[in-house]
Design a protein around this ligand. Sequence first.
Ligand code: XIL
Length: 378
Amino acid sequence: MRIKKWMILTVLLLSTVIVTVFSSKLILSNQTEIANTTDSIELEQYQNLDQSKSLKTTLRSLAQAQGIQVGAAVLMEPFREDANYRGILTREFNLLVPENAMKWRILHPERHRYDFTDADALVTFAKTNQMQVQGHTLVWHQSLPSWLAEAEWTREEVLELMRQHIYTVVGHYRGQVESWDVVNEAISHNGKMRDSVFLNNIGPEYIEMAFRWAHEADPQARLFYNDHDAEELGKKSDAIYELVKNLLERNVPIHGVGFQMHTSLKKPPNPQKVAANIQRLGELGLEVWITEMDVQIYDGKGTREEKLAAQAEVYRDILRVCLDAPNCKSFATWGFSDKYSWIPYFFDRPDSPLLFDESYRPKPAYNALVEELQGASQ
Ligand code: XIL
């Protein structure tokens, strides 16, 4: 029998179809494997709460369609012990921020010893689940090991310690941690530089040096200055604006400013003023990321239901500001379940500041973010 051209073409076509079907099955089963690490009754409850919210309407998939990241800070204890926690984290978020695991005290417990155990576990998990990682944080006046905070140092010694720390940590995660909060909370409420072992021993130029060294250690990483209570226009945000403008003028590698956005019902930031602040930083060529949002409800009015509804509007307003600003590329909350928020411990009073309640049920705040992301695509 003579082999005709059309026969060859048919065979080729059929084999392409078979290979495609087979490989997409493989991909799907891989994805299910990731998801299945978390099967448990509580997680099923969460999925069943709103059947209309299929996997298509997770924050993660919606944010991806908008070209922004949606992130959450992650604590080690629930991460290791609570499958529901990991399940929601990977379904809803595409950016993972170690809440404490990359702070100096944890990563660098002794002068000549680093401990990457926790941070490595988070970075590996993020990569397995196709999430980006925001490294938090290289230079901060808090969460320092006592060997560093409680000793007397010369300028040269602190410079060398800071350089080594940044080189070692950023170098360790080169190519794996896409962005870093290089300097955290260096400015006080009055707009002056905040006291720290770095400022007091090195001088204000420690900021510039930290950015330069982080860039040398990983030239691809996106580098941020991160701070709180400077989301609107005002004394502190003016000082931050001047600081980053000055860094840019001297060609210091800085790519953006993080707005922590820890807030409460009584004093939520004014969306127009936040938008104006994001815009002026954008005019400098900088991105702005919402990095640590949570909304305390203890000071709100009305019933719990009313407070949660008001909380949802604060979240909604800030996400909308971010979606409307071309240079706002990421929206992250400081945790995601009220069960593990830092707020009740830090302020020593009960609260419910996050997107999921203590049983991982999505709150009105979660639904508001979903709606906002859906609205943005219409
Ligand atoms: C907080 C953590 O959430 C707590 O678990 C820890 O005990 C103290 O630090 N701004 C920051 C974060 O940049 O690193 C802080 O995280 C919250 C305020």
